[in-house]
Design a protein around this ligand. Structure first.
Ligand code: NI
Length: 310
């Protein structure tokens, strides 16, 4: 399998700095906490009508996750965290805070294996152990979404996992470049309406970039929603794979006599055509930031792991 060798050498970088864990969690525990014991209910947001984007953060929780939560709180933005079960026990306060702030807690397996290389029983174990860990840390939240590590999945994994599988439409490649300026630029310019954006909260440059990313995307008119909020009214099926929310094309507005055909469209409307499922949006490299050796993410054929460290 062509991607397997690359998969092994790139890794996901999810063996983060363990020393900082305790400090991070203490910081979270030291936050003044409102007398709230339950996560807020999902918001009723119609992403067919407003310009939604789902920011997602993988491989945590980690030493920077608490700071990221503070950033998101200030910006009143919600996000989705695809967490590794093995990291949850080190940051129970962070996971609880994540839930209480209205973010979506989601499953990224226990230890980040390529699920297509495991038996169905092993896949179930990876998923279920993580479900239990997140529920225990969060005060009872049971994730409803799975992101298979590396985006690597197939029908067999889907059946064993028993959850909808959420991939992404924008891979920021933050795990590879570890550059605040690059993360900021790609994070602001690459997302499209209905997009699912892949970041990793275990990397400091990523977390450092988020304030400007939020600001830039907000200026582009985006509302920050969780993945489940974005798919409200569009039920997600267990075992199926999703890369973005398809936004229906608006009906052609009635034109006033003499109006220009483009008069009702903003500078970024209408949306460009949606990519086929499994076809991540190409990145937007800018001057001065070449992408040396960056493999073009291709369609995810069943059983073929994405050649990257996601
Ligand atoms: Ni990952």
């Amino acid at each position: 399998m062509a991607g397997a060798g690359l998969l092994l050498v790139t890794g996901c970088g999810h063996t983060p700095e363990k020393k900082a864990r305790t400090a991070g969690d203490k910081a979270a525990a030291g936050q003044p906490r409102k007398a709230v014991s339950k996560p807020p209910p999902p918001r009723r947001i119609d992403c067919d009508k407003i310009r939604c984007v789902a920011l997602t953060f993988d491989d945590g929780p980690g030493p920077y996750t608490d700071r990221l939560l503070n950033t998101l709180r200030v910006a009143r933005a919600r996000a989705t965290f695809f967490m590794l079960g093995q990291n949850v026990h080190g940051f129970p306060g962070v996971v609880r805070k994540m839930a209480l702030d209205g973010h979506e807690l989601a499953n990224h397996s226990w230890s980040h294996p390529n699920l297509t290389a495991l038996s169905p029983a092993e896949v179930r174990s990876q998923v279920q152990r993580t479900q239990h860990a997140i529920a225990a840390a969060s005060g009872g939240v049971r994730p409803t979404l799975l992101r298979p590590p590396y985006g690597s999945t197939n029908a067999k994994v889907g059946r064993a996992a028993g959850l909808p599988m959420i991939l992404w439409s924008v891979d920021t490649l933050d795990w590879r470049y570890r550059s605040v300026s690059r993360d900021t630029r790609v994070g602001i310019t690459a997302p499209r309406r209905g997009g699912i954006v892949l970041f990793h909260d275990i990397h400091k440059p990523t977390v450092d970039s988020v304030p400007k990313v939020l600001d830039g995307l907000r200026k582009r008119g985006f509302t920050f929603v969780t993945v489940s909020e974005m798919f409200q009214g569009k039920p997600l099926k267990p075992g199926q794979t999703y890369t973005e929310a398809v936004v229906p094309k608006p009906p052609a507005p009635p034109r006033a006599p003499g109006a220009s055909p483009s008069s009702s469209s903003g500078p970024e409307s209408p949306e460009p055509g949606s990519p086929a499922p499994g076809s991540p949006v190409p990145e937007v490299p800018g001057p001065g930031s070449p992408l040396p050796g960056s493999p073009a993410p291709g369609p995810l054929a069943p059983g073929v792991p994405a050649p990257s460290g996601r």
